[in-house]
Design a protein around this ligand. Sequence first.
Ligand SMILES: [Ca+2]
Length: 227
Amino acid sequence: MKYVISIILSLVIIVLVSVGTFSWMQKQGFFDTAVSSGDAVTYTDLSNRSEDAPESEAEPVHQLPPEAQDNRYEEFEATNGTFDRVKASSYADWQGTKGLPSWAFDADANTTWQDGAKDSYGEGEWFLSYNADGSTRTISSVTVYNGYQDLKYNNDAQNFYQLNSRVQDVMLEFDDGSVYVFTLQDSPEAQTFTFDEPIETCYVKFTVESVYQGKWSDTCLSEIVYR
Ligand SMILES: [Ca+2]
């Protein structure tokens, strides 16, 4: 029994001495790292890195803009090729007047989009063209049929092309961040603009920057064709 008590006491003393020594060494800075005060510690957060993330020659990321998922803008089918969906910032839909966004993308120059902004001529209104499956297309040019083209409303007795407003300056945006601007003539003739290099993109955003003002503030576009 005496031996057992001695062993226990010895162990307690050893533990107390060890703890005391450790505390003293800690206070003396024995365990401090070699970083001197004032050095900034930097680290790389790996939590968002995927295993197969490309290193240097990264593939371009083709991502639709937020408007494509924004339910405030109605989605329409586009049937004139290249992209199969279109949204617009506004469109006319009131008594006696209708101008759906899809009518500027239906391969028919006699059907027409009209802007839905009641207190402006439609400056800043836009179309977003994309595919339902998010896939890309390679675009070399854009052809625009400006204004209200329907021949049955454009005759000697009346001229809806002149009465409505037409688009003047246009801005085009692509998913790689590139931006193109061009100026349309005030003419119902087809007008084509060709890019220096074809652009692979999952969307094109077409924004009306300025207009040729008609008697009415409704700005019209009869067809926009990306090829
Ligand atoms: Ca049309």
